[in-house]
Design a binder for this molecule. Structure first.
Ligand code: BTN
Length: 245
């Protein structure tokens, strides 16, 4: 992952760019990384836009061809990629780093970054996975809408070389991806769970317009979040539950 690196000055979205070169006839090698200094239409989860100060943050997409993962198990890819990003940043940031379900990277209660994974399914298999990752590295100010965002610089009081961090991320993602490929799915699942934000901690959620106190208990194989609520366990998908703080 990352051997074939393309750096763009400006693009709408690195996910879109990768998608468009895939639909041209030339083959794109597995592990290709498209990085942009700036995106003018960066996309996030839930149809949100993703903002990043030009040149200060990591915004990139990588191409994987996980033919060995069946579409029903695609959350394993989310787990492996999240763990790769986690392991690349953990030596810098320590154990306050967490993975917030499904795939946000948190430091304490603040968001360092996230990902947008778009799987292209064909003939019952994941033909291409476009893994878009946005991480706040050297950003020092944010628009109001950024909510709980924080950058590595704000935590550690120094600037970091984007390409150095990118190469750490690529090698750790590759490591977890190869574990998945080697059938070590249980290890991927249990490690993901052990890094999870708010696991076994009561907190506030919203689902179907009601707010409630619940406790995350698990993430099941297919990626649904298991929350205990008044003594019963309920499973939620990304559209059904929202963290309130
Ligand atoms: C989120 O937390 O909402 C996911 C953010 C994902 C942003 C990255 S930046 C690189 C790639 N290109 C995009 O348009 N989005 C992802």
């Amino acid at each position: 992952v990352g051997q074939n690196l393309v750096t763009l000055k400006e693009v709408d979205s690195t996910n879109n760019f990768l998608k468009s070169i895939l639909s041209n006839s030339k083959p794109v090698p597995d592990g290709t990384v498209i990085m942009a200094e700036s995106q003018y239409a960066g996309r996030g989860q839930h149809q949100n836009t993703w903002h990043a100060q030009p040149g200060k943050n990591l915004t990139f997409s990588l191409l994987l061809k996980p033919h060995f993962i069946s579409p029903t198990q695609q959350f394993d890819l989310t787990r492996a990629v999240s763990l790769g990003v986690y392991d690349a940043l953990q030596p810098l940031l320590g154990d306050d780093l967490k993975i917030k379900w499904p795939n946000d990277i948190y430091f304490g209660n603040r968001k360092l970054g996230g990902m947008l994974i778009e799987n292209m399914i064909q003939g019952g298999q994941i033909k291409n996975a476009i893994v878009g990752i946005g991480l706040n590295i050297n950003q020092d100010n944010y628009p109001e809408s950024a909510g709980s965002a924080i950058s590595v610089k704000q935590i550690l009081q120094r600037d970091y070389d984007l390409k150095d961090i990118l190469s750490e991320i690529c090698s750790h993602i590759e490591g977890w991806y190869l574990k998945l490929k080697a059938g070590k799915t249980d290890l991927v699942r249990s490690t993901y769970l052990s890094r999870l934000y708010r696991l076994n901690e009561a907190s506030e959620y919203r689902s179907n317009w009601e707010t409630f106190t619940g406790t995350i208990k698990n993430v099941v194989d297919n990626g649904l979040l298991v929350v205990e609520r008044n003594g019963t366990e309920e499973q939620y998908n990304l559209k059904e539950i929202e963290f309130l703080n």
